[in-house]
Write a protein that binds this ligand. Structure first.
Ligand code: SF4
Ligand code: SF4
Length: 181
């Protein structure tokens, strides 16, 4: 009886084992697969993360075609948190692409998105959460078009090089023919 009384007293003063969900968010378990974080300084722009991502949650936009300058963007609400991009990244061990153990909160109409350059350019440029999906669709189209522009730029550059080489070769042949006269 005394033992039971002591035990009851202990339980009364002890911190509760439960949490006050939904007022207190439940903590993620250790090793939880959360939001992808990116470090531009370490990136070698190999595109492996973009190519492997099943839902297309990672996209690089070519913002300067001449210099092949790319910007990384990530959509945490498309991401299925599968870790494939991190596995594919050759610089992941150095921290270029990391899967954090926390996830961004659900996207409510009046919510403001956290600003952190590790979340990529798109998230950091979004003003209002309610526009997220619409703006992502627009961005996705723009990013794909920028790829086509880069491919066209490369094609024309190669063609120009080939033409220059042909003109040079013809001039050399002409010069040689003149010298042989
Ligand atoms: S965790 Fe999976 S879904 Fe999310 S960005 Fe990486 S590859 Fe894409
Ligand atoms: S796989 Fe890694 S190094 Fe390659 S583009 Fe993606 S983040 Fe950059």
């Amino acid at each position: 009886m005394v033992k039971m009384f002591i035990e009851s007293l202990k339980n009364l003063t002890k911190k509760p084992e439960t949490i006050g969900y939904p007022h207190t968010p439940s903590p993620e378990p250790k090793g939880y697969k959360g939001t992808i974080l990116y470090d531009e300084e370490l990136c070698i722009f190999c595109d492996k993360c973009e190519d492997i991502c099943p839902p297309g949650a990672i996209l690089f936009e070519i913002v300067d075609v001449e210099n092949n300058k790319r910007e990384y963007s990530y959509n945490p609400y498309l991401c299925i948190y599968c870790h494939a991009c991190v596995d594919a990244c050759p610089k992941a061990d150095e921290g270029c692409l990391v899967q954090s153990e926390t996830r961004l909160p659900p996207l409510g109409r009046n919510e403001t998105l956290p600003k952190d350059k590790k979340l990529g350019y798109f998230v950091n440029r979004i003003e209002e959460a309610k526009d997220f999906d619409k703006k992502w669709d627009e961005f996705e189209k723009r990013a794909r078009e920028s790829r086509e522009k880069l491919a066209e730029h490369k094609r024309l550059k190669k063609l120009k090089k080939q033409q220059e080489a042909k003109v040079k070769k013809e001039a050399e042949a002409k010069q040689q023919a003149e010298a042989n006269k």
